[in-house]
Design a protein around this ligand. Structure first.
Ligand code: FDA
Length: 303
C-alpha cells in the first residue's frame, strides 16, 4: 500500500516539487546517488573499483519533454565516457541508459540516434551500454531499439523485468545476449504483471533459469539472498564459471553483500546514478523498502 502510494508519487509533479524542496532531503538522497557531476561519478567509479567492484553509471533523468533535453542527456553520457577513457576505467565501468531520457516518447528514431551515439562513445572507451527498462508501455519500443543497436554494437544489454507476464518469452528471445534480470520497479496493472511478491519471485526464478541455461551473459540484478543462492545453484547446474555471469546491485544498498560476493570471486557491478534529476529514482527506492521511508522521515526531523 505504502509502496503503491510512493510509486504514484514518483510520477506526480506536485509531490516532486514538495519532496525536492525539503531541505534535508539531499542528505538522504546522497545515500542512493553518487553526486551531481560527471566528476562525482568518475570518483565513485574509482573508489568502487579499488574495492574490487565494477560499475554501471546512470545519468539521472527520465521522461524528458523536448528534443533539447534529449540531446543534453546524450551529451552527458558522452562526457562521462570520455572522462573514464583516459583513466583506463572502461574495463571497470559501463553505462545504463533510460531511453525515455533520450526522447523515446517524443520520437523513437531520435532516441535510437542518441542511443547509437552513446554506444559509439562506450565502444571508444572499451565498454558497453545496457538499456534500462521502464514501464510496460515502453517494452516493445525498447526491445526494437535494442535490436537496431545490436546490429552495430552486439554487446548492448537490456534489463528485463520478471514481474511482467511476457518476460519469460523475452528471456527466451534474448537468451544469447547480455540481459540484466530485475524484479521490476514500476506500478503495473494486474493485466500485465504479477502483483504479489511470491509470484514475482517465482517468475524471477523461471526467467533466471532460462538465462543461466542460455548462451548469453546473465546480469543478476537483485539484492535478494535467496535469488543469489539460486543463481549459484544454477551456475553449478549449467557449468557456468564466475566470469560467465555477474551480480548487479544498486549504489548504497547492501554494500556489505556487494563486497562479500566480490571477495568470493564473483563479478559484482554497482549501479551508480548521478545527476540532479534524482526524484523518480529516489522515490522508487523508498517504495521498495518501508525502512527507507522511516530513515527519510527521521532525517526530516533532524535525527
Ligand atoms: P527485494 O525488493 O525483495 O529486496 C531484497 C532485499 O534487498 C530486501 O530485503 C532488502 O534487504 C534489500 N533491498 C532491496 N531494495 C532496497 C532498497 N531500496 N533499500 C534498501 N534495501 C533494499 N527496475 C526496473 O524496473 N528497470 C530497471 O531497468 C532496473 N534496473 C535495475 C538495475 C539494478 C542493478 C538493480 C539492482 C535493480 C534495478 N531495478 C530496475 C530495480 C528492481 O526492479 C527492483 O525494484 C529492486 O532491485 C528491488 O528488488 P530486489 O530484487 O532487490 O528484491
Amino acid at each position: 500500500m505504502l509502496g503503491s502510494l510512493l510509486l504514484a508519487a514518483s510520477r506526480n509533479a506536485l509531490a516532486r516539487r514538495v519532496v525536492s524542496g525539503l531541505p534535508p532531503t539531499r542528505r538522504v538522497v546522497d545515500r542512493f546517488v553518487a553526486g551531481e557531476s560527471a566528476s562525482d561519478a568518475v570518483a565513485t567509479v574509482e573508489r568502487l573499483a579499488a574495492s574490487g567492484l565494477t560499475v554501471t553509471i546512470d545519468h539521472l533523468g527520465e521522461e524528458i519533454r523536448d528534443a533539447e533535453a534529449a540531446a543534453l542527456t546524450a551529451k552527458a553520457y558522452v562526457t562521462v565516457l570520455d572522462a573514464l577513457a583516459p583513466l583506463g576505467l572502461g574495463r571497470r565501468a559501463e553505462v545504463s541508459v533510460k531511453l525515455s531520457a533520450v526522447g523515446q516518447a517524443l520520437d523513437e528514431t531520435m532516441a535510437l540516434e542518441h542511443a547509437r551515439r552513446i554506444c559509439a562513445a562506450a565502444q571508444d572507451c572499451g565498454t558497453t551500454v545496457t538499456l534500462d527498462m521502464e514501464d510496460h508501455t515502453t517494452v516493445d519500443s525498447t526491445l526494437s531499439i535494442l535490436r537496431a543497436l545490436r546490429a552495430d554494437f552486439p554487446d548492448t544489454g537490456v534489463a528485463i523485468q520478471a514481474y511482467l507476464f511476457r518476460s519469460e518469452e523475452d528471456c527466451r528471445d534474448l537468451a544469447g545476449s547480455r540481459v540484466r534480470l530485475v524484479k521490476g520497479a514500476y506500478r503495473e496493472p494486474a493485466s500485465v504483471a504479477h502483483q504479489s511478491k511470491t509470484d514475482v519471485d517465482r517468475a524471477y526464478v523461471r526467467c533466471l533459469r532460462i538465462l543461466m541455461a542460455g548462451t548469453g551473459y546473465p546480469m543478476v540484478g537483485t539484492h535478494d539472498d535467496r535469488l543469489i543462492a539460486i543463481t549459484e545453484m544454477l551456475a553449478d547446474r549449467y557449468g557456468r564459471g564466475q566470469d560467465s555471469y555477474e551480480y548487479q546491485m544498486l549504489y548504497g544498498i547492501r554494500t556489505d553483500k556487494q563486497e562479500a560476493l566480490a571477495g568470493a570471486g564473483a563479478t559484482v557491478r554497482v549501479y551508480v546514478p548521478y545527476g540532479d534529476d534524482w526524484y523518480g529514482y529516489f522515490m522508487r527506492r523508498l517504495a521498495e523498502r518501508p525502512a527507507n521511508v522511516a530513515f527519510f522521515l527521521r532525517s526530516l526531523r533532524g535525527k
